[in-house]
Design a protein around this ligand. Structure first.
Ligand code: ADP
Ligand code: ASP
Ligand code: MG
Length: 442
């Protein structure tokens, strides 16, 4: 039995939705189907989720809910027309506009894309609609409650043969709508797969599978046929955003493989993502290679701290981390040397004032010899289980980047033996990815 999730591009317009309907209705093994809000129909188009965020901003700037919500109504009306559905969506539109008048939250508004998208598919297929707010649970701060969710999901989905369920959102105990972070419908699909003990979680998107490298940087990278949950998490967290990095957690509980498939090319093999247990049991075959994939992201900031004899000073790292924690910033990596410690934070969405307070705070409590900020740092992850069994991977990384004339600003292997993280300047990012791809994967 399968649980399927269809992403935004698969739900983008009536033609795409007809494909989705074909796929699920021609496969008896398909049980519940989780859907995203309609995504981009073309490169410069806007996803419905982004239209909804913009709609709320406009209402907050004084535009009437009627006018602000119009672009979303138009998107869904054209889908209904294309599918020949006569369902009256006015009741739903009115309810949303009413909530906008009463001061709707950002999460509630964002969730309506998935809600309406699921109603559309449920009407078109004539399958029942089950609302995610009835089983996906969050606390008041918006933290996902995994075990509570699983208990509710099992109860709500018990005995359900077929259903359409909206992704991306759930609710607190009092019914207040909360969403996951962007791309979160992948997590919703995994929650449903876990609750139903599905044999497989099919995640349908717009590419042939998880590629060894970002297809926007390297032309036609090969698709990985098989990777482990751990490899996937390293790669997706580092920017290969085909699948949300947190979507492995629910399925991992019941050892359910995830199969990435292409809605627009269903005959492609796709990518299987399995537990390490399954992977190393020999049940699946993979051509042995040192590196499985490469991914990366730009715009990190490294806080570089230097102090002689730092390693003799008990609690030095703790004091640094405490200052950062108090100022509300998360950390990504922490490479260190004998007299140096660097803390890397995500600079794409950071609070500049908090960063200033952190520098001052570290100066005060740690009295470093020097402290400086290194901006414009890009991080690249070279990932693969094969690395632990093979000597010289780090050396190859360094050589290939040297030959490509890229200066390495940071290197961090951590303890996972599954990845090496390399920091380069933003401007060298694409060049570095291409060089590493050539070295390990082409
Ligand atoms: P969906 O709307 O189906 O959830 P997403 O846009 O979230 O799809 O994810 C699919 C996209 O991820 C692809 O269209 C591709 O541009 C991008 N992508 C980034 N890195 C990779 C990679 N390593 N392999 C495949 N796709 C990737
Ligand atoms: N629609 C949401 C987003 O655009 C969730 C998703 O697509 O998974 O992020
Ligand atoms: Mg996605």
């Amino acid at each position: 039995m399968k649980v399927c999730k269809f992403g935004g591009t698969s739900m983008a317009n009536a033609e795409c939705i007809k494909r989705v309907a074909d796929i699920v209705s021609n496969d008896d093994a398909v049980s519940c189907v989780v859907v995203s809000a309609p995504g981009k129909r073309a490169k410069n188009d806007t996803k419905v989720t982004d239209l909804l965020y913009a709609c709320l901003d406009k209402v907050n700037d004084g535009l009437s809910p009627e006018e602000a919500f119009k672009p979303i109504e138009d998107r869904f009306d054209s889908i209904l027309k294309g599918l020949g559905l006569k369902t009256d969506f006015k009741v739903y539109y009115d309810e949303i506009k009413n909530e906008l008048k009463k001061g709707a939250t950002k999460d509630y508004i964002a969730s309506r894309g998935e809600f309406l998208s699921a109603i559309v598919l449920s009407e078109y297929l004539n399958w029942p609609f089950i609302d995610a707010k009835d089983f996906v649970r969050f606390d008041d701060k918006g933290n996902f409650l995994s075990e509570e969710t699983n208990a509710y999901a099992k109860a709500v989905l018990h005995g359900v043969k077929k259903a359409i369920i909206p992704g991306f959102y759930g609710a607190t105990g009092d019914g207040t709508i909360k969403t996951f972070s962007r791309g979160g419908s992948d997590i919703s699909g995994a929650i449903v797969a876990r609750a139903l003990y599905a044999d497989i979680y099919e995640n349908w998107t717009d590419v042939d599978g998880f590629m060894k490298c970002d297809p926007r940087i390297v032309d036609n990278p090969e698709v990985m046929e098989l990777i482990t949950y751990k490899e996937l998490r390293e790669l997706s967290y580092m920017g290969a955003n085909v699948l949300h990095p947190d979507s492995i957690f629910p399925v991992r509980k019941n050892d359910i493989p995830i199969h990435i498939r292409n809605t627009f090319n269903p005959s492609a093999k796709g990518t299987m993502i399995v537990s390490s247990k399954k992977f190393f049991s020999g049940a699946y075959e993979r051509k042995e290679s040192t590196v499985t994939g490469i991914a990366g992201k730009k715009h990190f900031i490294s806080i570089n701290i230097e102090k002689s004899m730092m390693n003799n000073e008990l609690g030095f790292a703790r004091k640094v981390l405490e200052v950062i924690e108090k100022n509300g910033l998360g950390i990504e990596h922490m490479p260190s040397g004998i007299d140096t410690l660097s803390v890397v934070i995500d600079g794409s969405n950071h609070d500049e004032e908090a960063l200033g307070r952190i520098v001052e705070g570290i100066k005060k409590v740690c009295q470093p010899d020097t402290i400086d900020l290194e901006r414009n740092l890009a991080l690249i992850a070279v990932v693969g289980h094969g690395m632990s069994r093979k000597k010289g991977t780090a050396q190859k990384v360094c050589n290939s980047l040297y030959e490509a004339d890229v200066n390495i600003r940071m290197i961090d292997q951590g303890s996972s033996e599954l990845n090496i993280i390399i920091g380069v300047e933003n401007k060298d990012y694409e060049k570095a990815i291409s060089a590493l791809y050539k070295e390990f994967l082409s």
